[in-house]
Write a protein that binds this ligand. Structure first.
Ligand SMILES: [Zn+2]
Length: 635
């Protein structure tokens, strides 16, 4: 038995997680088990039991905004009403779309449709201006496509055709519930697919989106209006903002906007309307009858290889906790997150930032002037730990009536959110806003705020525990903290300054040296086979730079501990990435996710550092060995 065991020197991930992986069962309603997913399930279970008690009146909370979250939860559970209503609640909105018979009528209705969540020929939103991150800007880009990425539309991609057929099958079944005739249903579906194909030929691929600093393309409203005609974006902006209508727009997806005539014109206007009808219907199936909701989810499930839908109570909790994210996150944080842990983790963050600064000072590829700027940016990073102190005012506006259908309630709630987001345009950027709610098992860096967020829910074992050793915590949450900080200096973040403005603070030579290291990181991962696919080194480079930086800085801290346990450090790093997943899901992520597959995150980062070789006596005869000249450490 013993001799069959995978050696840690050959495969850290398998040696640490193999036993668990052998017997672990992926829950029917999820694409993955283990690691992040396991923590998420734990949070969900805990919170579902609280929601159940709230709904029955057995438990109370003093957070007033939770009242409506619980109300929404109950609406999902009220299947008697949902099933009786069937498709009815969404029909007025669908009929409104259907009645738009000219481009002129579309332009008249566009502002209203935008607030109702109907997709227009351009996507529009308000966000931080990368040119001056203290201000907000109106953002435009091409529409969303049906498949997960433009590459699926290539002639030589059989997976794309297969997925599209699956989607069309689901859409046809949902359309059968509408009052449209069979002939119309077919026409609407054909037009939707045709319009989607035109759009897919113009919008950015996931690989292009991954370089988000390139999204900043300010253009005058006048110029965008020229490309968008006959769609009248000037009228839309006037309807939304009156005299305050913006004169400059940020075009995130310049090709789609410049070549908009290639997918939207007076000639194929009818095709667009049918596309908008179908997309609006499908987007809302979740809020209709159980049958429609299940149909709507079936495509998404197939895409990820998920066997079945969550039970109704879970669906109810998932929707309520997503829609009321901030109040629910604050409830979770106040109830389940201790002050002691918060203080301890903030101290780890401070230590990581301080050590990161020392490493920048020692850095051999940067000139002093660049180091100064990097240290300035590092020092300006703000920490958001656990959950916010206060719930923002918008959440008290998120209300609905007792007698509203689930669809009507959701319509009201999403409209409030859309209006609030549009209203941001005339306000300064609110840097106190949190990127993630307290009950989410994740962490993030926001390049426009230059801040890092660690929700309460990730501050658990194996990431962090007051019961774990310091070495284990450094291999867990410590490395994650270093990872998020490194995003300030990855191939995207490096283009922004300490205020979150797109601003080049590098000397030419330094930036070239950094680019060369980035290229080495691309090559280290590029082409590694995973199931039937291969890693795209370019797609995942920013995350790999972040993992590399996170490990570098935490290993440096390890050397300052009284009794560092490097073996425990690396083992816990591998534990964090433990995941069993459906093949469909692994392949979906491989093509679209900017993160490397978990097994590679566990196994690639360590081999770049001498501590890995010393901790386990790894030599050139072991699989997890790479020659010293091939090892990369950027930050
Ligand atoms: Zn990341």
């Amino acid at each position: 038995m013993e001799e069959n065991k995978v050696r840690i020197q050959d495969d850290l991930y398998e040696a640490v997680n193999g036993e668990w992986l052998k017997t672990a069962v992926i829950p029917d309603d999820r694409p993955t088990a283990g690691g992040f997913s396991e923590l998420d399930q734990g949070v969900e279970k805990l919170m579902m039991s609280d929601f159940k008690a709230f709904a029955k009146g057995e438990k109370r909370t003093d957070i007033p905004e939770m009242k409506y979250a619980i109300g929404l939860y109950k609406k999902v559970l009220d299947t008697e009403k949902r099933n009786k209503d069937g498709i009815e609640p969404v029909l007025p909105l669908l009929n409104k779309i259907r009645s738009i018979d000219t481009v002129k009528a579309l332009n008249e209705a566009a502002a209203d449709l935008l607030l109702e969540g109907v997709e227009l020929p351009l996507q529009m939103e308000v966000g931080a201006d990368m040119g001056d991150a203290s201000k907000n800007i109106f953002i435009v880009m091409g529409p969303d496509i049906i498949l997960p990425d433009t590459v699926y539309y290539a002639e030589e991609n059989p997976a794309g055709a297969q997925l599209l057929a699956l989607w069309a099958d689901m859409a046809a079944k949902v359309l059968a519930f509408t009052p449209l005739s069979a002939e119309e249903q077919k026409q609407y579906l054909d037009d939707t697919l045709a319009f989607d194909k035109l759009v897919a030929g113009k919008v950015k691929s996931q690989l292009e989106w991954a370089e988000y600093f390139k999204n900043h393309n300010p253009m005058s409203t006048e110029e965008v209006a020229g490309f968008a005609a006959p769609f009248d974006i000037k009228k839309l902006l006037k309807d939304l903002y009156g005299e305050a209508a913006p004169e400059t727009l940020d075009v995130y997806d310049p090709k789609a906007v410049r070549e908009m005539n290639g997918y939207f014109s007076a000639e194929n206007f009818g095709q667009y309307i049918h596309w908008a009808y179908v997309k609006t219907l499908l987007k809302n199936t979740t809020y209709l009858s159980e049958e429609l909701a299940a149909l709507g989810r079936s495509y998404q499930r197939a895409l990820m290889g998920v066997a079945s839908d969550p039970v109704l109570e879970k669906q109810a909790y998932q929707l309520a906790s997503r829609v009321y994210a901030e109040p629910v996150g604050v409830y979770y944080g106040r109830t389940y997150f201790g002050e002691e842990a918060k203080k301890d983790v903030v101290n780890i963050v401070k230590k990581v930032i301080k050590t990161y600064g020392l490493r920048i000072r020692k850095n051999t590829f940067l000139a002093e002037s660049t180091k100064e700027m990097a240290i300035k940016k590092l020092g300006a990073i703000e920490i958001k730990m656990g959950y916010p102190d206060a719930i923002r005012a918008i959440w008290s506006k998120m209300v609905f009536e007792e007698e509203d259908s689930l669809f009507a309630a959701m319509g009201k709630l999403l409209k409030v959110r859309r209006q609030d987001s549009l209203d941001d345009l005339t306000k300064p950027v609110d840097r106190t806003r949190w990127g993630m709610p307290g009950h989410m098992v994740n962490a993030s860096y926001n390049p426009f705020h230059n801040d890092i967020t660690f929700p309460a829910a990730i501050l658990q074992k194996p990431f962090y525990s007051l019961q774990q050793s310091e070495s284990e915590n450094l291999g867990g949450i410590g490395a994650v903290i270093g990872h998020e900080i490194s995003h300030a200096f990855d191939n995207n973040g490096a283009n922004f300054d300490e205020k979150g403005n797109l601003h080049n603070w590098w000397t030419e030579g330094d930036f070239k040296a950094f680019k060369d290291l980035t290229q080495e990181m691309i090559e280290q991962f590029d082409g590694i086979p995973i199931l039937s696919g291969k890693v795209n080194g370019e797609l995942v480079v920013s995350e790999n730079i972040a993992d590399n930086g996170g490990m570098g800085v935490t290993l440096e801290i390890m050397h300052t501990l009284e009794k560092p346990d490097f073996q425990a450090y690396f083992k816990n790093w591998a534990r964090v990435w433990c995941m069993k997943a459906k093949d469909e899901y692994v392949l979906l992520l491989l093509n679209n996710d900017v993160h490397s597959p978990n097994v590679l995150r566990a196994n690639m980062a360590p081999r770049n550092f001498p501590e890995w070789y010393e901790a386990f006596g790894v030599t050139e005869n072991d699989k997890m060995y790479i020659a010293p000249e091939k090892r990369i450490s950027i930050w």
